[in-house]
Ligand binder design. Structure first.
Ligand code: HEM
Length: 367
């Protein structure tokens, strides 16, 4: 649909289908005190509610500063926009008296074994992700959000991404040519979402206010595409455990066939260290480690050495970031894929519960 309901018990951008264009904004709060932080959350809420509604900005006289940048023309455009707001561990450091309400599992992202993190593109007090059907709607949203909040928050880092239409069918592809997102828990499965995505107040050591929120792991992962494009198709497919063209597991023929890891009569195998096998061993004990991934590609031009700067903006929603993302990331340590990628940025955030109605606002439960 071209428009997602802003109000609800969860933020709309978490379960909505991945849209074509995104911007992730990591911000630091510069508001002086608790009251300033409340005002900031209220302003972000008001702007997000307005921008996602597709309402035209009010007209002002020609001698006045316009109330909107005009990027989308005079009419209101919803454009499939969602604005998803998360908070980082640093917001709870004492500046705003929030230490006692910190989500139990929220912390600063560590350096994993194969990481090359640039801390200037990690972390942040807030993470705001905009997604829309077209890039101009995202850019417009970024401008209007930042304009309204100047003085209370400052951009720390930003990463833009895009997703592809089905080519020729099924799930969008990443820049290694593989379909990415095939084996995700189904967003239509309420039980799975309850057990894998949403946090629950009073459970797992969580404060009451987190009900309906979710932990967001963001990883900006550069792909060494020049190297990748020089290896054979069979090696590429073994690395993931899937066929590049169809997205089918190497033990199947269609994208959504279930992979199986035991030797079967056809002799097809998925290697022990294949990405999908390490990421999801498909055992009873690891079933609650699954997460909801939303992958985007990025193409950031060229680096100082003349190499293409491309990769994946990996985002995943988790009920418990340790049990899910961290456990899986550790299991992926040293997988054959690491020779062709380099994680450079990202962070852990807590995606706030949804804004329930016109008088509710992001983060109200924190105060
Ligand atoms: C599956 C690519 C990083 C977790 C897949 C698949 C591909 C892929 C092609 C198979 C299709 C699918 O089910 O989506 C990549 C690339 C990465 C990357 C290119 C880095 C540039 C990660 C990271 C994690 C992760 C950092 C988590 C720590 C998973 C999981 C699955 C998966 C859980 C599903 C496995 C299953 O249920 O079969 N990935 N991935 N991936 N990936 Fe990744």
């Amino acid at each position: 649909p071209a428009k997602f309901d802003f109000h609800g018990s969860h933020q709309a951008g978490i379960l909505a289908p991945v849209r074509r264009s995104t911007a992730l904004l990591a911000l630091d709060v510069t508001a002086a005190d608790r009251a300033g932080l409340q005002r900031l959350f209220q302003t972000i809420t008001e702007r997000a509610r307005f921008l996602t509604s597709g309402t035209a900005a009010p007209e002002v006289g020609i001698s006045t500063v316009p109330s909107d940048s005009g990027i989308l023309g005079p009419d209101g455009v919803a454009g499939g926009l969602t604005v998803t707001v998360g908070v980082g561990a640093s917001l709870f450091d004492g500046r705003f008296g929030l230490a006692s309400v910190k989500p139990a599992k929220l912390r600063t992202m560590e350096d994993f074994e194969d990481d090359a993190l640039d801390r200037s593109i990690c972390d942040g007090d807030l993470l705001i992700q905009l997604e829309a059907d077209d890039a101009d709607v995202v850019t417009h949203g970024v401008r209007e959000l930042l304009r309204a909040t100047r003085g209370d928050m400052q951009l720390r880092w930003r990463r833009d991404g895009f997703s592809s239409p089905p080519r020729p069918s099924g799930t969008p592809r990443n820049l290694m040519g593989f379909k990415d997102g095939t084996s995700n828990p189904l967003t239509s499965d309420a039980k799975a979402m309850k057990e894998l995505v949403w946090t629950h107040g009073g459970e797992n050591g969580e404060p009451a206010w987190v009900e309906g929120g979710s932990y967001l792991a963001v990883r900006v992962i550069r792909m060494l595409v020049e190297f990748w494009d020089r290896i054979g198709l069979d090696e590429q497919q073994q690395i993931f455990g899937r066929f590049r063209g169809s997205g089918a597991p190497l033990t199947g023929t269609k994208e959504f066939d279930d992979p199986h890891y035991e030797l079967d009569s056809t002799g097809a195998v998925i290697q022990f260290n294949a990405h999908i096998r390490l990421a999801n061993p498909r055992t009873a004990a690891t079933a609650n480690q699954r997460m909801l991934r939303r992958a985007f590609n990025y193409d950031a031009g060229v680096d100082a050495n003349g190499n293409l700067d491309q990769g994946l903006v990996f985002t995943a929603f988790n009920q418990d970031i340790e049990r899910q993302f961290v456990t899986v990331q550790k299991r992926l340590a040293g997988e054959p894929l690491v020779d062709y990628i380099s994680p450079i940025g990202g962070g852990y955030y807590f995606a706030l519960p949804g804004v329930k109605n016109a008088s509710d606002w992001f983060g109200k439960g924190l105060f």
